[in-house]
Design a protein around this ligand. Sequence first.
Ligand code: NAP
Length: 274
Amino acid sequence: MSTAFAGKVVIVTGGTSGIGAALSEELLKRGATVWVIGSRQESVEKAKKVLGAYPKARFAAVDVRDIAAVERMVKDCVKNDGRLDYLFNNAGISQKNPYTESTLADWKEMIDINLWGVIHGVNAALAVMENQGNGHIVNMSSVAALYGTPYQTLYVATKSAVIGLTDCLYYEYLPKNIFFTVVCPGDVATPIFRGRVPEGAVPAEEAARIILDGVERKERLIVFPDFMKEVLEKCKDPEFRDLAHKYSEKESREMFESPEYRKFVADGKKGQKP
Ligand SMILES: NC(=O)c1ccc[n+]([C@@H]2O[C@H](COP(=O)([O-])OP(=O)(O)OC[C@H]3O[C@@H](n4cnc5c(N)ncnc54)[C@H](OP(=O)(O)O)[C@@H]3O)[C@@H](O)[C@H]2O)c1
């Protein structure tokens, strides 16, 4: 097993669930000290029950929308463990619904968590990493942002911005020995799907191993599963791209037109799959 993370100090936002929880556990297994972060005390307590057995696991409730809380998180980490080697800006929420049903409040929540959350993490971590003279920041995006996905406008807008900002920072900080990676997963089996995990989704543990292996190799962009790389390559052909969208849109459109979804919206639960 790789030893790249042994003895390193890592923060994982959104570390209490799904990909973040799997990343946290894999990092702990690989010998890192890991700050496992969730926004809610309840989710942090739940994560403690699973990961608390690892002596190098630390836990904190931090809402990534709150810059003061994010700065405190980084300060606490450095005060306690002496440094910060890796920050995984993984916390995020998803959205899937027809655009007409998205409100400005929905936009704000999506941008606050998925984009400002990443900016807050980047700023707080850079302050420490520039002093150290090294570090690695890993930002979580999605293949949806490389592909253009109907019914996910808010989500894709934020995740595209994460790709853009990471790309710029990669080149700006390379001479300072600070690395940036953006991760674009396809479907990963996590609670983000609220019980409706798509067929063929990658198990979270496998996703964590793929991500950490790529981070260890200091890859700038990590895309998985492999077949998504092929789809993205083929999407350079506009005809294939139209065809691919026709098929991915068909399933969503059928769901949004169903009486089941209409009832779901009427019950005030829009934005999530019924
Ligand atoms: N699963 C996929 O198929 C997939 C595909 C592409 C990209 N991604 C991205 O991967 C990341 C992780 O997704 P996941 O599937 O593992 O989701 P998940 O299981 O729903 O976990 C989301 C995590 O984010 C945390 N979080 C949410 N709002 C937060 C906030 N305001 N402040 C701090 N933490 C917050 C949650 O903690 P609390 O519960 O305490 O709020 C939870 O730990 C997300 O950025 C997502 O967009 C996922």
